[in-house]
Design a protein around this ligand. Structure first.
Ligand code: FAD
Length: 771
């Protein structure tokens, strides 16, 4: 068919036609059409506009349509004696079963004249006036005099007009769904009232109160739209079924968060950043993997954000890094986790971060379920279309198609996405310039506002209006000669360009950039700690071993090797001095390689695990460490720790100065990790202190030296201890046995050779001695 349920048009079928047309409390206007008929197709936008225009009239009159081209509907259309398309018929409220409806003859294809026709038909009701329809006939002085005795309303609006004018009746129907206000039309011929109120202009609107007090309703233009808008916003006037505390909502904090006072006619960066946070960290997270259409949509979305989001440097740096990573991604699919790593700036690009959490300001709702994120999404895309326009984007559809794809693929509200897609399919192709893109989004947003006005999702504190209101931009509204409201697009465009421009965006309630960066830094450190704490011991050992495979070049340079050898050969006294020098920074050298921190860490890990042994022969075992026995590995480190502790306690006893130095020396995070891990901190290779500046490499070196010093100080260790220490470095019992056997065999061999040559010499001497 030509219509959908979101058009505010009731779609008729054999199943619901009787319930809709027979004995209904509201009158019905029905379009009988055929979906293949060109005139029907041409008329459908008018009929949709009419439905939007008079949606407040629903309790009195409702619009419906039926596609007679559908086989199932043919009998219904035949029963109502439909001969041609489109045919519009009017059914009075409480129509009988045999009613065939009143056809609109020669109706013109414009909303205003159709509206007037509907009013004419409503007034032609001959039976008892339907209770759902307000009185449409002109009022009199006599009725006004006793009005407040018989009606319990706060405001009575009197619209003074001539007999031909429909404004009074239209405004009466526009206010049908609002409480605490009544509207009556007064003809210019009602001399008593005209004189009493001193009315000179027709049309004009006056508010009349008990006791005969009255005041003129101030509006920019004397027209239906302005009257209806102003009357719907009078104090105490609420949509039917809504709480009457409309005006006091502003001061009541009904949300969990503190209310943030704001200017209703400004855009806030805090809303935009909150939208980015929710969109990128929450909504996108629903997709574990992006591929195909979803990946293309994500790329487009991030691309327009990186190009047009008028963000602070810290946010823009982050968006640009995410964008360049995404655009370089060619594998055809990416996981959300990988995306998130870049989003959280795991690579620690300087001065780049997206603030965490939401802080709604202009998008605050009076209840936690009102407004917020969807308000932010609209605002974000209005800002982006305006930014694209003012920065001279090349493709008029760039932002809108990114929005369309985002909404279609990721926006959590699926019916919203469906409605938006329908609008996009219908007219997005008409957009041919950057300014028409701005206007397209504005007008489609207004369509959504129109559809949602009065819906349960409408925040009573922020009623859905045709935006901008006359108060915000009176020049945006005009009235045609015939009194019909029109948007003045020439005025709307500059208004939108200024309202959503980057220079108009307020930065209240934002966290400072340094706060954001500081939080991000803490988060990174926290994540590293959590990761370390979560990893099972064996996994950490395996990872350490994996990381022990040499990366391309962080192997020690010749100079480094020499330095390390020198350090290893230094005695304990030298070590203390060297430690002091390192702490002072005196001898500390910057990392000689251009590797990232992680790579350097990996390199250090590699060097640590593969450090040159002090016993010749260890090199031969390096290749085998990939298949190390975990238990013996664990044992080695337990033993190493025990030896270190023993050695350091001996040192303490022997040197008071050395003891003091050791006591003053802060325990390194690495050592703490060793203790926490039961001596396995070495394999985690992670600093456990929350200070990211901690030089883990130096502490490791120091630790190595202590291990070594433990061995060199071992003069006091007993022979068995030393033997054990030799074993602990890596020789198995088999190795030792083989060595002993080889030693024994070679000794035997030497002995045999000695005896052999000795005998030969003796024989030779004996031969020479013979005559
Ligand atoms: C793409 C999309 C489709 C949606 N579809 C539906 C739906 O089908 N059903 C549903 O229940 N909800 C839908 N929503 C949510 C709904 O439109 C509102 O966003 C939500 O109800 C919150 O409303 P709000 O009062 O904060 O104002 P919003 O409509 O969210 O507007 C946000 C702000 O934008 C400004 N604004 C308002 N109108 C315009 C305009 N025409 N042009 C420029 N700026 C304007 C105002 O300052 C307003 O405060 C949709 C949201 C989006 C993003």
């Amino acid at each position: 068919g030509l219509y959908t349920a979101s058009d505010q048009i009731l779609l008729l079928s054999p199943g619901n036609v009787e319930a809709a047309l027979i004995n209904s409390t509201a009158a019905m206007v029905v379009e009988f059409y055929a979906s293949w008929c060109g005139h029907c197709i041409a008329f459908s936008p008018v009929y949709k506009s009419l439905a939007r225009d008079i949606k407040e009239w629903k309790p009195a009159v409702n619009l419906a349509a039926i596609d007679c081209a559908a086989e199932d509907n043919r009998k219904v259309c035949t029963n109502y004696r439909i001969r041609g398309y489109p045919t519009i018929k009017f059914f009075h409220a409480y129509s009988k079963a045999d009613s065939a409806g009143l056809a609109f003859k020669d109706f013109s294809r414009d909303v205003r004249s159709l509206r007037h026709k509907i009013i004419d038909k409503l007034e032609s009701h001959v039976e008892a006036w339907p209770p759902a329809c307000p009185p449409l006939e002109p009022t009199s002085q006599a009725e006004i005099d006793i009005f407040f005795e018989t009606n319990n309303v706060q405001h009575l609006a009197l619209i003074f007009e001539d007999a031909k004018s429909y404004i009074g009746r239209e405004v009466t129907l526009d206010l049908l769904q609002f409480e605490n206000v009544a509207v009556r039309r007064v003809l210019n011929t009602e001399a008593g009232l005209v004189t009493k109120l001193g009315v000179t202009e027709f049309p004009s609107c006056y508010l009349y109160y008990p006791g005969g007090n009255f005041t003129r309703l101030p509006v920019n233009i004397e027209a239906r739209t302005f009257y209806s808008y102003a009357l719907q916003r009078l104090p105490g006037v609420v949509r039917s079924g809504r709480p009457p505390s409309f005006t006091t909502f502003f001061h009541i904090n009904t949300t969990e968060e503190p209310w943030r006072p704001f200017n209703k006619s400004r855009v806030y960066m805090s809303d935009l950043e909150s939208t980015l946070h929710y969109s990128l960290r929450v909504e996108l997270a629903a997709q574990p993997v992006f591929k195909g259409e979803a990946l293309r949509s994500l790329k487009k979305y991030i691309s327009v954000l990186a190009k047009y989001f008028p963000g602070r440097p810290v946010v823009m740096n982050l968006l640009k890094s995410v964008n360049s990573w995404l655009q370089n991604e060619t594998s055809g699919q990416i996981s959300y986790e990988a995306f998130k790593d870049i989003l959280e700036n795991s690579a620690q690009i300087p001065n780049a971060a997206l603030p965490e959490g939401v802080r709604w300001v202009g998008c605050q709702g009076s209840q936690p379920h009102f407004r917020r994120y969807p308000c932010g999404v609209w605002t974000l895309f209005h800002v982006l279309t305006v930014q694209a326009n003012s920065t001279g984007g090349s493709d008029p559809l760039e932002v809108l198609s990114a929005m369309r794809n985002y909404v279609q693929n990721f926006f959590g509200c699926r019916p919203c996405a469906e409605h938006f897609e329908n609008m996009a399919m219908e007219s997005l192709m008409e957009v041919n310039s950057l300014s028409s893109a701005v206007l397209w989004l504005w007008s489609r947003h207004n369509r959504v506002n129109n559809r949602l006005a009065g819906a349960l999702s409408e925040d009573p504190k922020f009623p859905k209006i045709q935006w901008p209101s006359p108060e915000m931009c009176s020049a945006c509204h005009t009235v045609k000669e015939n009194g019909e409201h029109r948007w003045n697009r020439e005025q709307v465009l500059p208004f939108l360009l200024s309202y959503f421009s980057s220079s108009s965006i307020l930065t209240d309630y934002l966290e400072s950039e340094s706060q954001i960066l500081e939080k991000q830094k803490k988060k990174h450190v926290g994540q590293q700690l959590a990761l370390l704490a979560q990893k099972p011991v064996e996994r950490r050992i395996r990872e350490a071993l994996d990381s022990s495979k040499p990366p391309p070049s962080p192997q020690p340079t010749v100079q480094e090797e020499e330095e390390e050898e020198e350090e290893e050969e230094e005695g304990p006294q030298d070590e203390a001095v060297a430690d002091e020098e390192e702490e002072d920074g005196g001898e500390a050298k910057p990392e000689p390689t251009p590797w990232s921190k992680a790579e350097v860490e990996a390199g250090r890990g590699w060097r640590l695990v593969h450090r040159k042994p002090s016993i010749v022969g260890m090199r031969m075992r390096e290749q085998q460490e990939d298949i190390v026995d975990l238990d013996s590995f664990v044992n080695q480190h337990y033993r190493a720790k025990a030896l270190r502790l023993a050695a350091s306690s001996r040192v303490k006893q022997r040197s008071l100065q050395r003891q003091q130095e050791q006591e003053q020396e802060p325990r390194s995070a690495f050592e703490l990790g060793m203790e926490l891990d039961g001596g396995l901190g070495m394999v985690g290779l992670q600093p456990l202190e929350a200070d990211p500046e901690l030089d883990v490499g130096r502490q490791r070196k120091r630790l190595q030296k202590r291990e070594l010093s433990g061995r060199f100080l071992d003069g006091e260790l007993n022979h068995r201890g030393r033997w054990m220490s030799v074993l602990s470095i890596g020789f198995s019992k088999l190795d030792i046995s083989l060595c002993v056997i080889l030693y024994f065999l070679s000794s035997m061999c030497l002995l045999a050779m000695y005896l052999f040559f000795k005998n030969r010499l003796r024989l030779r001497r004996a031969k020479v001695a013979l005559p």
